[in-house]
Design a protein around this ligand. Structure first.
Ligand SMILES: Cc1cc2nc3c(=O)[nH]c(=O)nc-3n(C[C@H](O)[C@H](O)[C@H](O)COP(=O)(O)O)c2cc1C
Length: 322
């Protein structure tokens, strides 16, 4: 099995990746949150800094680009190649209401001619291997066969399929039969993504698609950072290692110079997922969310870990794919 940590904007940046890889085994590759270049292919220096090899040592990292201009994509790809990267991923799945109307992210699935022209230009000039992370379509999985026909015209390094349409956002039940078409018919190796939230969710997907080896996990692994290890047959998450991981992460944010306020915000975004490992601990979570200083935060976290609600079998909520 080959397991990939999904790109998660606002969450899975270098500090998180480095600490996660240090505490938990089982991730074959991390996919970085998207870079959104301007028309010339430029991004902020801080966005590129997150991908500096020295901040990402010892882990396989795939950068991702969200844009619909092949020129900008190629120009930024050249910068990534100069930093030592060999592969870049195209985001054709972001469902955001600020992205889709600009025909970016899942909005690229709106106009197949433009998608085809974009890929034609990118694959004619790219210096990197290019993979694509797509959804099944905009509103109907019936859109997928036509999309796949286009993807199959190009030598994609990999096709990750988030088995929902754009309209399904993150809530709809992932559609295994539509995904099965990609798995059967794609010329590129296919990676499954969508609601692999627990070993039971994952077993359902792999049992219904024998031979499927490549999986991508997002929210389930944000809630339970040991999920990759568990899927490789390793131990369940332990309360003490979770505590040590979260404490080390908070200390690393404070050390990184982003300041107390932003360090607290980063941790609160993560707690949105992690608190699912403590079913029924809403009161304690509220205290974490209210913390305005690192001292209040530490006391609230202490309270949560002492409340006795940690359950290693718990998971981020979501339906089993079918
Ligand atoms: C907060 C958040 C940020 C995300 N950021 C990205 C991103 O930068 N690039 C991307 O391709 N997908 C992004 N996604 C989508 C995830 O990578 C993944 O496809 C989605 O969460 C479904 O997988 P899951 O059910 O395992 O969470 C994001 C999702 C969430 C919830």
């Amino acid at each position: 099995m080959n397991l990939s940590f999904a790109p998660m904007e606002g969450l899975s940046y270098a500090t998180f990746r480095r600490l996660h890889a240090g505490f938990f085994s089982g991730v074959d590759q991390y996919c970085a949150p998207f870079l959104a270049p301007d028309g010339q292919g430029k991004v902020k220096a801080s966005a590129l800094k997150d991908l500096q090899p020295e901040l990402n040592a010892d882990l396989r990292l795939i950068p991702q680009i969200l844009c619909n201009s092949a020129g900008a994509f190629l120009s930024l790809s050249r910068e990534l190649a100069a930093m030592g990267y060999q592969q870049v991923d195209l985001n054709a799945g972001c469902p955001s209401g600020t992205v889709v109307p600009k025909h970016k992210g899942a909005g690229m699935l709106l106009d197949l001619k433009s998608l085809d022209a974009f890929l034609e230009e990118v694959f004619s000039h790219t210096v990197l291997s290019v993979s694509v992370k797509t959804r099944l379509g905009l509103s109907d999985p019936e859109e997928f066969p036509a999309l796949l026909e286009i993807y199959n015209r190009y030598p994609l390094a990999e096709l990750t399929v988030h088995a929902r349409t754009r309209d399904g956002l993150y809530q709809s039940t992932p559609d295994l039969s539509a995904f099965a078409l990609a798995f059967r018919e794609s010329k590129a190796p296919v990676r499954y993504n969508g609601n692999l939230l627990s070993p039971a969710h994952t077993e359902k997907v792999t049992a219904s698609l024998p031979g499927l080896e490549r999986l991508m996990l997002g929210r389930g692994a944000m809630a339970n950072p040991a999920l990759f290890r568990m899927l490789h047959g390793g131990e369940k998450l332990e309360q003490e290692e979770l505590r040590a991981f979260l404490d080390a992460l908070f200390a690393a944010y404070l050390d990184s110079g982003i300041g107390e306020h932003f360090s607290l915000n980063r941790m609160k975004e993560l707690w949105y997922y992690v608190h699912h490992m403590f079913p029924g601990a809403e009161r304690e979570l509220k205290r974490i969310n209210k913390a305005r200083t690192k001292e209040d935060y530490a006391a609230a976290v202490q309270d949560l870990f002492r409340c006795g609600r940690f359950d290693p079998n718990s998971a981020f909520p979501g339906t089993i794919p079918k």
